[in-house]
Design a protein around this ligand. Structure first.
Ligand SMILES: Cc1cc2nc3c(=O)[nH]c(=O)nc-3n(C[C@H](O)[C@H](O)[C@H](O)COP(=O)(O)OP(=O)(O)OC[C@H]3O[C@@H](n4cnc5c(N)ncnc54)[C@H](O)[C@@H]3O)c2cc1C
Ligand SMILES: *[C@@H]1O[C@H](CO)[C@@H](O)[C@H](O)[C@H]1NC(C)=O
Ligand SMILES: *[C@@H]1O[C@H](CO)[C@@H](O)[C@H](O)[C@H]1NC(C)=O
Ligand SMILES: *[C@@H]1O[C@H](CO)[C@@H](O)[C@H](O)[C@H]1NC(C)=O
Ligand SMILES: *[C@@H]1O[C@H](CO)[C@@H](O)[C@H](O)[C@H]1NC(C)=O
Ligand SMILES: *[C@@H]1O[C@H](CO)[C@@H](O)[C@H](O)[C@H]1NC(C)=O
Length: 508
């Protein structure tokens, strides 16, 4: 790092070869175009908002923690973001946008050798006079958003983990404890403030920019930098939350209960749950956990009555504020380690749950002793309300609406299951093995869901692996529409795979 810094400073002061990339074996090189970009940003913003080191940021994954940017910049307003993007385009410097930093690969939200735009100062909360919506900054983590709204006894469609960023979460979809009732977080965004790829500012709602409004619901970081969102707020006091852990011999009972909750209790939209099957290296055995959510202050609601009869190991079930539950969940998923996600979607089936869990168990055999190895398979329903809410908003890019790939599900009134494989490990040397394991799991899990006639093509972008193409899963009509919108909004391709912002999932 020292050598990189020194060379950078030399170029920065104009005493070195500003055109040669500064490379280091195994380390990111600073892009030559970014030397003048950083210099200009430093002049405009000063040390309060500009830094060359990796200043005061939380990044979840070690692969991103190890990624070095030419410089970091923390905007405080939409105008700042517009100025920054203007400089970046002018200099043709590569960049990445960071909200909560929970993406898992270099360049996703930390630019490798370019400029990282860190949104963490943009955490405003403005509740509307009727308290039905709030305009919030895209740099919130979910905890700061929850805390800002709880002052008013309000909440919104946030996720489960305190330090996940609103930005990535809501631009990809957003599964919330409130999703059974209101749908995904993205379908509860009524307006976006965005800095477009030409650095101008637009206010995007169904009236002003219907196409872009469609695209931003599932289109991720392919259309510009979102600075503020106007979201649905919901009156909320204490709710039931927490998690119970179980030994693996309870698996059959849990899997059956998950099915019963998903199909038999789907009309009780106060209820949400997810459950997991993970490998514990220490005991060399599998363990299970079920998270219960009920958005009323009821400690033992009817849907969970049977589940609560299954003997458990530990329990944190209680009535509390959602902010407090998000802190608990964050402590169970701390930053660090190398991580990957992969996903498969299918119609609810207890048999298939067991089958894809068994596939995971089989495929980890040769990896069991890898340092820090922790594979975990999380299963949760995609609720009908998500499909309905998407439709009410005129359809979203992710295709969760009557015209998208979930059509059949909607018509038969059956929700579907999302399986998320999360894998954590420590050593760089294991990276390729872990990728291969995840790919194998996806391949086999997809095959068994297809064989059972229950496969669903939709992939949640925030759970997909680098080998999966969520945009393909949105349905061909949606993908083509997205491509058309992108070519209109971003004719120079700033946010495309060949442009300046290349990380995460790119529309092909
Ligand atoms: C521990 C953990 C728990 C999770 N829990 C949930 C959950 O309960 N529900 C759920 O649906 N998902 C969940 N996820 C998935 C999560 O939603 C995604 O990983 C999400 O992309 C993270 O967003 P972030 O802002 O923290 O990440 P970042 O890495 O900061 O951003 C992710 C991507 O979004 C882009 N982006 C972020 N902000 C903006 C912006 N303002 N404008 C343009 N592009 C932007 C970034 O450039 C990057 O490409 C979880 C993930 C983890 C690791
Ligand atoms: C290069 O990156 C590695 C991590 O990948 C880090 O440990 C090392 O300090 C870096 N070296 C330099 C010279 O920056
Ligand atoms: C680091 O960032 C957090 C979140 O924005 C902020 O609360 C904290 O004050 C910052 N710390 C420093 C030392 O700047
Ligand atoms: C929030 O709810 C609590 C408990 O019902 C109440 O005491 C408090 O006054 C409410 N606060 C606001 C701002 O409405
Ligand atoms: C759920 O609601 C639908 C539509 O209102 C109704 O047709 C169905 O019978 C209900 N199912 C259950 C299990 O209550
Ligand atoms: C910027 O892009 C938008 C969307 O394509 C367009 O409407 C606007 O005219 C452009 N502005 C400038 C100054 O190029």
């Amino acid at each position: 790092m020292a050598a990189v810094r020194l060379a950078f400073v030399a170029a920065f002061l104009g005493v070195g070869p500003a055109t040669a990339a500064v490379t280091h074996p195994g380390n990111t090189s600073i892009m030559p175009e970014c030397v003048p970009a950083c210099s200009r940003l430093a002049n405009i913003f000063g040390p309060q908002a500009y830094s060359r080191g990796d200043a005061n940021v939380t990044l979840w994954d070690a692969k991103q923690q190890e990624t070095h940017s030419a410089c970091w910049i923390q905007p405080s307003s939409t105008e700042d973001v517009s100025t920054i993007l203007g400089v970046i385009i002018d200099t043709s410097c590569r960049f990445a946008v960071k909200s909560g930093g929970h993406a898992r690969n270099p360049d996703d939200s930390v630019s490798a050798g370019g400029v990282t735009i860190d949104m963490q100062r943009m955490r405003s909360v403005e509740v509307s006079p009727d308290q039905k919506t709030a305009k919030v900054g895209s740099g919130h983590i979910l905890l700061s958003l929850y805390q800002g709204l709880e002052k008013y006894n309000l909440t919104t469609l946030g996720g489960r983990v305190a330090d996940v960023g609103l930005g990535g979460y809501v631009l990809g979809g957003g599964f919330s404890h409130l999703s059974p009732k209101y749908g995904l977080a993205m379908d509860n965004v009524f307006e976006y403030e965005i800095v477009l790829p030409n650095a101008t500012v637009a206010v995007v709602n169904p009236q002003t920019h219907p196409d872009l409004y469609f695209a931003l619901r599932g289109g991720m970081n392919n259309f510009g930098i979102v600075t503020h969102l106007t979201m649905r707020t919901v009156r909320q006091g204490q709710m039931l939350g927490g998690v119970r852990t179980y030994t693996a011999d309870r698996r059959d009972a849990i899997v059956e209960q998950a099915y019963a909750l998903t199909t038999g209790w789907k009309n009780d939209t106060d209820m949400a749950f997810f459950y997991s099957y993970g490998y514990d290296q220490e005991s060399d055995d599998f363990t299970m956990a079920v998270s219960q959510e009920y958005v009323r202050p009821v400690i033992s609601p009817a849907p969970f009555a049977q589940l609560n009869q299954i003997p458990f190991e530990h329990s944190t079930l209680r009535l509390d504020r959602i902010s407090q539950f998000s802190i608990e969940t964050a402590s169970a998923t701390p930053p660090g380690g190398r991580n990957l996600f992969a996903t498969v979607t299918y119609s609810p089936s207890a048999h298939l749950d067991r089958h894809i869990q068994d596939i995971m168990a089989q495929e980890i055999q040769s990896l069991r002793t890898a340092r820090g190895f922790y594979p975990n398979l999380v299963i949760q329903p995609l609720y009908e309300a998500a499909i309905r809410a998407g439709k009410e908003r005129g359809g979203n890019a992710a295709g969760i609406n009557a015209d998208g790939p979930l059509t059949g599900m909607y018509k038969t009134n059956v929700p579907c299951y999302l399986a998320l494989l999360t894998v954590r490990w420590e050593n760089t040397d294991d990276d390729n093995h872990m990728d291969a394991f995840a790919q194998k799991w996806v391949e086999r899990a997809t095959a068994v869901t297809k064989d059972a006639g229950k496969h669903h093509p939709w992939l949640y972008i925030n759970y997909a692996s680098t080998e999966q193409d969520p945009f393909l899963s949105y349905g061909e009509a949606n993908r083509q529409r997205l491509r058309r919108i992108q070519s209109e909004v971003d004719p120079r391709g700033v946010f495309t795979s060949g442009g300046l912002c290349r990380g995460y999932f790119k529309l092909q």
